[in-house]
Design a binder for this molecule. Structure first.
Ligand SMILES: [Zn+2]
Length: 179
């Protein structure tokens, strides 16, 4: 993932940047302790309908079963006093999404700032980098969000990224069997 201070590469094993000195504890001072996580979908703002939640839950379950990757979606009213980018970085690390192996992805929608952010655990950047994942969301998800269609926006944020990881995992399994 990228350092929120200098945009350089930072290994999320220890969110401390060698180049600019950034340390995640700077964020703890203003953001304090994150709210409890509840599974894969944390719709804190309540923008997803019941039907939308059901569809996302089914896709999450299928994805997790196929890949073992922890995918987490969050809707947030505001990331204040930090930027959505910084908030996503902080939450990913403080929730330790994907556990010790960082087999996790976080998609965070911040309503007031009108931003969708994505963090990809560093062990999974071989499948897709943070920048590539952001570009995917820009192309496939932002058009739904602009129309206020949060059900489809969040569903496709999950589905399009999930397909990339599922494909990466399937290729790996094929190669393992071949060798
Ligand atoms: Zn830095």
């Amino acid at each position: 993932m990228k350092c929120p201070g200098c945009e350089g590469f930072i290994n999320d094993c220890s969110p401390h940047c060698e180049s600019c000195g950034f340390d995640i504890s700077e964020f703890d001072k203003c953001l304090r302790v994150p709210s409890e996580r509840s599974g894969g979908l944390n719709d804190w703002v309540g923008v997803i309908t019941d039907e939308g939640c059901g569809r996302i839950a089914d896709r999450l379950a299928a994805f997790n079963q196929a890949t073992g990757i922890d995918f987490c979606l969050v809707t947030l009213q505001t990331s204040e006093p930090r930027s959505p980018r910084e908030f996503a970085f902080w939450l990913f690390n403080r929730w330790a999404i994907g556990g010790d192996d960082h087999l996790g992805v976080l998609v965070l929608l911040s309503m007031a700032e009108r931003r969708i952010e994505v963090e990809v655990g560093y062990t999974m950047e071989k499948y897709i980098s943070d920048d590539e994942a952001s570009a995917v969301l820009e192309n496939h998800v932002v058009p739904f969000l602009k129309r206020g269609d949060f059900d489809n926006g969040l569903f496709y944020a999950l589905d399009v990224l999930a397909k990339i990881f599922e494909h990466g995992r399937a290729e790996e399994n094929k190669n393992e069997q071949a060798s």
